[in-house]
Design a binder for this molecule. Structure first.
Ligand code: GDP
Ligand code: IMO
Ligand code: MG
Length: 431
């Protein structure tokens, strides 16, 4: 069995989309399992750039069934914009389908996200303001609207009757913002129903059952990253879903017994957008150098990404909670011109000298922790066209060997540039 999950194994933007696109060629089905349009996924094929937010990154291949699973939250207007742009660029979306169980991001979710962030002062999370937290809160609180609700007038009426009175009180009294009448919401929901109509896939139970019976290869695409996981990330500076490998089971409709590999996509260094602790962060010229060479600016919000050295303590934690079986190391080429590269293998508590080799989950103490580094020599040559492990400079091999040793799982894919072609595939998990 080859069913494989691609997850971000840091704080997002690790290059998941590039790896998903690359592996999609060998898969029959590609399923995006969580998150919403907070995700910004970039794929580069022959110098052409595609940016995805909701649509699975495997959509660029013909004849691949691409499914947006029940664990996602979908903002109709963003979905319309994204699909329209892809269609205008000639991408065939006839096999793009959405689970009727996915949750709809409604206008007030976006209003609430924005107001909450703007009023949180130093406590802000630094969200993408795409309504993600409020949509997932409503889903868990059982005040959400599922895509299938849009197509059943009786159900839609009763859901809005259940949702709107309380929601409007909250919008008015807590957030001091616009409320929504039932008529307004019904009109919007009819528009949403039209937007989703070509894509809603009520036959998903049969499709996925048959795929498993026929031994089809399934690729699961995660969004965000394990350190942004609602349960295991740096809470509250996290997103509101489960990017971990286990999230693929809950979010796709295919149980954990059918998952064979979990690839942790990991940058050769670490980045983070938004607020929250980041022990190996570099706020100096070296951080600036990584940001500039790596083009570390957000795909969704354009914000500069915070940059720092590779953190093996964090990667070992991600391996455990994410269920990682292997790593894909991306952006190795960003270090082409570095004399030295550091890797953090432990944290030291400034107050008492205590050493942590395992990730401490109480983020309140992270401000007292400093990284303990091992230093490696750079390779000082351009590796962006290297096609095999053997061709890599010796110092790059030493760096990668040490990452494997420190994290404890093998590296099976190495990415040396944004393009599909700029990849060293040591072993393809789908073959
Ligand atoms: P994702 O959210 O994990 O899919 O990652 P993003 O697309 O947000 O950010 C990764 C960025 O790095 C994108 O602009 C990619 O085109 C680019 N990228 C991916 N892999 C590599 C690589 O190996 N080297 C370089 N230089 N860029 C890469
Ligand atoms: P991809 O899939 C990087 C971050 C936000 C913020 C926190 C909560 O491209 O890797 P949210 O809007 O989700 O409530 O914001 O999570 N965040 C991401 N950071 N990559 C992403 O997605 C992210 N999606 C959310 O910056 O810190
Ligand atoms: Mg991204």
């Amino acid at each position: 069995m080859k069913n494989t999950v691609v997850v971000g194994a840091q704080w997002g933007d690790e290059g998941k989309a590039k790896i998903t696109d690359l592996l999609a060629e060998y898969a029959d089905l590609i399923i995006r399992y969580q998150g919403g349009c907070n995700a910004g996924h970039t794929v580069v094929v022959n110098n052409e750039k595609y940016k995805f937010h909701l649509v699975p990154s495997g959509v660029l291949y013909k004849n691949k069934f691409c499914f947006i699973g029940a664990g996602t939250v979908i903002h109709p207007e963003t979905f319309l914009e994204e699909t329209s742009e892809l269609i205008s660029r000639g991408v065939d979306l006839s096999l793009l389908k959405i689970s009727p169980l996915a949750t709809v991001t409604l206008p007030y979710h976006i209003d609430i996200d924005g107001i909450s962030e703007d009023n949180s002062g130093k406590n802000k999370i630094g969200t993408t303001k795409k309504g993600i937290g409020p949509t997932y809160s409503d889903k868990i609180g059982r005040y959400g609207l599922k895509i299938q609700d849009l197509y059943d007038e009786e159900l839609l009426n009763s859901r809005l009757d259940a949702i709107l009175p309380l929601k409007n009180k909250i919008l008015e009294k807590v957030y001091n913002t616009k409320t929504y009448t039932k008529e307004e919401m019904l009109k919007k929901c009819r528009e949403y129903a039209k937007i989703f109509e070509p894509y809603v896939y009520n036959e998903w139970v049969e499709k996925l059952s048959n795929a498993l019976k026929d031994d089809k290869k399934i690729l699961f695409e995660g969004a965000q990253g394990i350190m942004l996981d609602i349960d295991y990330g740096t809470y509250p500076f996290v997103t509101s879903s489960n990017p971990i490998g286990g999230g693929a089971a809950t979010g796709s409709g295919i149980g954990p017994t059918h998952i064979d590999n979990v690839i942790g996509v990991t940058k050769a260094y670490v980045t983070r957008v938004g607020e929250g602790p980041f022990i190996t962060e570099l706020t100096d010229v070296t951080g600036e150098k990584i940001r500039n060479i790596g083009g570390e600016f957000g795909t969704t919000t354009g914000r500069p990404r915070r940059c720092g050295w590779f953190d093996a303590v964090l990667s070992r934690y991600c391996t455990l909670v994410g269920g990682l079986t292997q790593m894909a190391i991306t952006k190795l080429d960003v270090f082409n011109d570095f004399d030295e590269i550091k890797v953090c293998n432990a944290y030291k508590d400034r107050r008492n000298g205590k050493i942590y080799k395992d990730y401490p989950t109480n983020i309140n103490m992270h401000k007292y922790l400093e990284p303990v580094y091992e230093t490696f020599k750079g390779w000082k040559e351009d590796i962006s066209n290297v096609k095999s492990l053997d061709e890599l400079p010796e110092n790059a091999k030493i760096y990668l060997n040490n990452l494997e040793k420190l994290v404890g799982i093998p590296i099976k894919i190495i990415s040396v540039g944004p393009d599909r072609e700029q990849t060293i595939m040591i072993e393809n998990p789908l073959i």
